[in-house]
Write a protein that binds this ligand. Structure first.
Ligand SMILES: O=C[C@H](O)COP(=O)(O)O
Length: 261
């Protein structure tokens, strides 16, 4: 099954609402309609910028989508600081990142937390981008495939095949995030293939063939072409390079198969 590539720009804790508007405008200006037939492009701003991005995307009928960086596992109530799936859905979000390694490491999120957030996203019609990825010690010990498969299993435990068909998986080796040290295309492919094989076991071959598996970790316009050329890599979860309009537009165009904007 042909999978349309997805380029997701995770802005992390950067930009104010004016900068957000300027960035989205520049990306949209650089990527005319024809690109969106071949690649899905989404921006993932901080919560505080989502409304501004929504106004722009809806007002100008832009073809790019947007999402959020996290979601509460809870529906509503006394959860100070949390943002629910229904709140994000009402803001027009398409995607939500769950289990990013920065959430797992800095906020103690476990596979159980990630599973609960994945369910909350699905319940509200959002597409969760479920992140997994090993640290350098695991990679150097040669245990990265088993580690990622176990993290995937834990993060999707008990989901139905239909639910699994509605997720995106992002493989982000922690040692490659924000370091400029990208995984080789072959190393990234090895884990993304193992992810897809595990999706066959968790759901079915048909479902696994349709789920988009992204690579993340120092993706830029120079390396994205080789990464998305791998049979099991369907796009990128992009951090630093998503804050630069020209570079993000260029790498999205490369994922679309060109031409360069
Ligand atoms: O969510 C994005 C990833 O953490 C990758 O970040 P990066 O492209 O800055 O390495």
């Amino acid at each position: 099954m042909a999978r349309k590539p997805l380029i997701a720009g995770n802005w992390k804790m950067n930009l104010n609402h004016l900068e957000a508007i300027a960035l989205v405008q520049k990306i949209a200006f650089s990527l005319p309609e024809k690109y969106f037939e071949k690649v899905d492009v989404t921006v993932i701003p901080p919560f505080t910028d989502i409304r501004s991005v929504q106004t722009l995307v809806e007002g100008d009928k832009l073809l790019l989508t947007y999402g959020a960086q996290d979601v509460s596992a809870q529906d509503s109530g006394a959860y100070t600081g949390e943002i629910s799936g229904s709140m994000l859905a009402k803001l027009g979000c398409t995607f939500v990142v769950v289990g990013h390694s920065e959430r797992r490491t800095l906020h103690g999120e476990t596979d159980e937390t990630v599973l609960a957030k994945t369910k909350a996203a699905l319940k509200n019609g959002l597409t969760p981008i479920v992140c997994i990825g090993e640290g350098l010690d695991i990679r150097e010990a040669g245990e990265h495939v088993a580690y990622n498969v176990a993290q995937l299993r834990g993060s999707l435990a008990g989901l139905s095949a239909d639910e699994i068909s509605k997720i995106v998986v992002a493989y982000e080796p922690v040692w490659a995030i924000g370091t400029g040290r990208v995984a080789s295309a072959a190393d990234a492919q090895e884990v993304c293939k193992a992810v897809r094989d595990e999706l066959v076991a968790l759901a079915s071959a048909e479902v696994a063939a349709g789920v988009r598996v992204l690579y993340g970790g120092s993706v830029n316009a120079k390396n994205v072409g080789e990464l998305v050329a791998q049979p099991d890599i369907d796009g990128g979860l992009v951090g630093g390079a998503s804050l630069k309009a020209d570079e993000f537009a260029t790498l999205s165009a490369i994922a679309a198969g060109g031409p360069l904007p």
